[in-house]
Design a protein around this ligand. Structure first.
Ligand code: MN
Length: 131
Protein backbone atom coordinates (compact mmCIF):
# COMPACT_ATOMS: atom_id res chain seq x y z
CA UNK A 1 0.00 0.00 0.00
CA UNK A 2 1.08 3.53 -0.65
CA UNK A 3 -0.51 6.71 0.59
CA UNK A 4 0.26 9.80 -1.46
CA UNK A 5 -0.29 12.82 0.76
CA UNK A 6 -2.19 15.71 -0.72
CA UNK A 7 0.05 17.72 -3.00
CA UNK A 8 3.02 15.34 -2.54
CA UNK A 9 3.19 14.43 -6.21
CA UNK A 10 2.96 18.02 -7.32
CA UNK A 11 0.36 20.03 -9.15
CA UNK A 12 2.14 20.61 -12.45
CA UNK A 13 1.41 23.21 -15.06
CA UNK A 14 0.72 21.49 -18.36
CA UNK A 15 3.18 22.50 -21.04
CA UNK A 16 1.71 21.02 -24.21
CA UNK A 17 0.69 21.89 -27.74
CA UNK A 18 -2.54 20.05 -26.99
CA UNK A 19 -3.83 22.51 -24.43
CA UNK A 20 -4.70 26.20 -24.63
CA UNK A 21 -4.35 28.59 -21.69
CA UNK A 22 -3.36 27.77 -18.12
CA UNK A 23 -3.96 24.13 -17.19
CA UNK A 24 -2.66 22.21 -14.17
CA UNK A 25 -2.58 18.44 -13.57
CA UNK A 26 -2.33 16.26 -10.46
CA UNK A 27 -2.03 12.48 -10.80
CA UNK A 28 -4.52 10.32 -8.89
CA UNK A 29 -4.10 6.81 -10.32
CA UNK A 30 -0.84 5.82 -11.99
CA UNK A 31 -0.99 2.10 -11.23
CA UNK A 32 1.77 -0.12 -12.62
CA UNK A 33 1.21 -2.58 -15.49
CA UNK A 34 -0.82 -4.64 -16.12
CA UNK A 35 -3.29 -2.07 -14.74
CA UNK A 36 -4.47 0.25 -17.48
CA UNK A 37 -6.68 2.63 -15.55
CA UNK A 38 -5.47 6.19 -15.17
CA UNK A 39 -7.01 9.11 -13.31
CA UNK A 40 -5.86 12.70 -13.09
CA UNK A 41 -7.23 15.89 -11.63
CA UNK A 42 -7.10 18.67 -14.19
CA UNK A 43 -7.61 22.36 -13.40
CA UNK A 44 -8.43 24.80 -16.18
CA UNK A 45 -8.20 28.53 -15.60
CA UNK A 46 -10.86 30.69 -17.33
CA UNK A 47 -10.62 30.33 -21.16
CA UNK A 48 -8.32 27.28 -20.89
CA UNK A 49 -9.22 24.09 -22.73
CA UNK A 50 -7.90 20.97 -24.35
CA UNK A 51 -7.38 20.58 -28.08
CA UNK A 52 -9.73 18.27 -29.97
CA UNK A 53 -8.93 14.65 -29.12
CA UNK A 54 -10.25 11.12 -28.74
CA UNK A 55 -9.72 8.34 -26.21
CA UNK A 56 -9.26 4.78 -27.49
CA UNK A 57 -11.31 3.28 -24.65
CA UNK A 58 -13.43 6.31 -23.73
CA UNK A 59 -13.21 8.67 -20.77
CA UNK A 60 -15.22 9.70 -17.73
CA UNK A 61 -15.05 13.25 -16.42
CA UNK A 62 -16.30 14.24 -12.96
CA UNK A 63 -16.53 17.96 -12.22
CA UNK A 64 -15.11 18.98 -8.83
CA UNK A 65 -15.38 22.76 -8.97
CA UNK A 66 -16.20 25.69 -11.19
CA UNK A 67 -18.15 25.78 -14.45
CA UNK A 68 -16.87 23.99 -17.53
CA UNK A 69 -17.62 23.18 -21.12
CA UNK A 70 -17.47 20.01 -23.16
CA UNK A 71 -17.73 20.15 -26.94
CA UNK A 72 -18.48 17.70 -29.74
CA UNK A 73 -18.08 18.18 -33.50
CA UNK A 74 -20.77 20.31 -35.12
CA UNK A 75 -22.57 20.92 -31.82
CA UNK A 76 -22.66 23.87 -29.43
CA UNK A 77 -20.50 23.21 -26.34
CA UNK A 78 -22.45 22.09 -23.29
CA UNK A 79 -22.05 23.48 -19.78
CA UNK A 80 -20.92 21.11 -17.03
CA UNK A 81 -21.29 21.89 -13.35
CA UNK A 82 -20.00 20.60 -10.00
CA UNK A 83 -21.01 16.97 -9.48
CA UNK A 84 -21.75 16.30 -13.14
CA UNK A 85 -20.35 13.15 -14.74
CA UNK A 86 -19.59 13.06 -18.48
CA UNK A 87 -19.02 9.82 -20.40
CA UNK A 88 -17.14 10.23 -23.67
CA UNK A 89 -17.38 7.20 -25.93
CA UNK A 90 -14.31 5.55 -27.48
CA UNK A 91 -12.98 7.54 -30.45
CA UNK A 92 -15.56 10.33 -30.02
CA UNK A 93 -13.92 13.63 -31.05
CA UNK A 94 -14.34 16.16 -28.24
CA UNK A 95 -12.71 18.81 -26.06
CA UNK A 96 -13.17 20.01 -22.49
CA UNK A 97 -12.22 23.04 -20.46
CA UNK A 98 -13.26 26.06 -18.47
CA UNK A 99 -15.75 28.70 -19.48
CA UNK A 100 -14.60 32.19 -20.43
CA UNK A 101 -15.42 33.57 -16.99
CA UNK A 102 -14.95 30.66 -14.59
CA UNK A 103 -12.28 28.11 -13.86
CA UNK A 104 -13.14 24.40 -13.82
CA UNK A 105 -11.55 21.38 -12.19
CA UNK A 106 -12.42 17.80 -13.07
CA UNK A 107 -11.20 14.29 -12.49
CA UNK A 108 -10.55 12.43 -15.76
CA UNK A 109 -10.60 8.61 -15.73
CA UNK A 110 -9.53 6.58 -18.75
CA UNK A 111 -7.58 3.49 -19.77
CA UNK A 112 -4.46 3.04 -21.82
CA UNK A 113 -4.51 1.09 -25.07
CA UNK A 114 -1.07 0.26 -26.46
CA UNK A 115 0.29 2.71 -23.91
CA UNK A 116 -1.84 5.66 -25.06
CA UNK A 117 -4.78 7.31 -23.35
CA UNK A 118 -5.52 9.92 -26.03
CA UNK A 119 -5.06 10.73 -29.68
CA UNK A 120 -4.57 14.45 -30.14
CA UNK A 121 -5.96 16.55 -32.98
CA UNK A 122 -6.06 20.29 -33.74
CA UNK A 123 -6.72 23.17 -31.34
CA UNK A 124 -10.29 24.30 -30.72
CA UNK A 125 -10.97 27.48 -32.69
CA UNK A 126 -12.33 30.49 -30.80
CA UNK A 127 -15.44 30.36 -32.98
CA UNK A 128 -16.14 26.82 -31.75
CA UNK A 129 -15.28 27.67 -28.12
CA UNK A 130 -17.39 30.80 -27.77
CA UNK A 131 -20.98 30.25 -26.79
MN1 MN B 1 -11.02 13.93 -23.18
Amino acid sequence: MEIFKQGSRGKKKVISDYFHGDVFQDPIIVAPEPSRVRAIKVSFEPKARTAWHTHPLGQTLFVLSGIGLVGLRNKAPQIINVGDTVWIAPNEEHWHGATKEYSMEHIAIHETMNGKVANWLEQVLDIDYNI
